[in-house]
Design a protein around this ligand. Structure first.
Ligand code: OMP
Length: 234
């Protein structure tokens, strides 16, 4: 089952039990779910399979960044878990991305393959220390490369969404973390935007963690975001 909501809830919980307890209060038509490095390192592929078996579209966010063969094989392993989306770092370069794309295209059913441009926690100062240009410039450069390598989209901040839509086209998926409903704490995020602004800017999917999972009523927090985006069927 799929959902008309653009929200991907980041299940940044410390245990499979907490993640499953939250998932069991949801339905797959309300949101997609993301399993990231902390939860996967603690709970492994079994949890991913359990979420897929419950009917959720699962984004396995392990941000692979390694030599081409290693990343391609890791993404194939992710595909075998039945995930909906998997990601790599665009800074791994053309050969890494093209080898991975080819490995997934050979499968009968493949997940979407997207690339992280510049982490939404990073600001101009962080990039300057690495001798990199300001975020918008670096994001554009990596998004153009990702598009040219035939991937399905990029992770970027919503601040870069409208520029990237105009450059890479409507079919190139923009996945935007750093989403904060009005009055929410930014935490460690730097380049943030509200859900409504992000969608208006051209974001296709909104990755949202703490504003939902750490709220007093996580399910209501998700539903409120969906309502604000005029998602039907709540
Ligand atoms: O790939 C990601 O999902 C990701 C990329 C990025 O640039 N920034 C970013 O925050 N994320 C992830 O998105 C989630 C954001 O969580 P919150 O900041 O709690 O909403 C975390 O799970 C991050 O790992």
């Amino acid at each position: 089952m799929s959902t008309s909501s653009p929200v991907i809830v980041a299940l940044d919980y410390t245990s499979a039990a907490e993640a499953l307890a939250f998932a069991d209060r949801l339905r797959p038509d309300l949101c997609r779910l993301k399993v990231g490095k902390e939860l996967f390192t603690r709970s492994g592929p079994v949890l991913v399979e359990q979420l897929v078996a419950r009917g959720f579209d699962v984004f396995l966010d392990l941000k692979f960044h390694d030599i081409p063969n290693t990343v391609a094989q890791a993404c194939k392993a992710a595909a075998e878990l039945g995930v909906w989306m998997v990601n790599v770092h665009a800074s791994g370069g053309r050969r890494m991305m093209e080898t991975t794309r080819d490995a997934l295209e050979a499968l009968p059913q493949r997940p979407l393959l997207i690339a992280v441009t510049v982490l939404t926690s990073m600001n101009a100062e962080d990039l300057s220390e690495l001798d990199l240009p300001e975020p918008a410039v670096q994001v554009e450069k990596l998004a153009r490369l990702t598009h040219d390598c035939g991937l399905d989209g990029v992770v970027c901040s919503a601040h870069e969404a409208s520029l990237l839509k105009s450059i890479c086209g409507a079919d190139f998926n923009l996945i935007t973390p750093g989403i904060r409903p009005a009055h929410s704490a930014a935490n460690d995020q730097s380049r943030v935007m509200t859900p409504i602004e992000a969608v208006a800017a051209g974001a296709d999917y909104l990755v949202i963690g703490r504003p939902i999972t750490q709220s007093a009523d996580p399910v209501e927090a998700l539903l409120a975001i969906n309502r604000s985006l005029l998602i039907k069927g709540q």
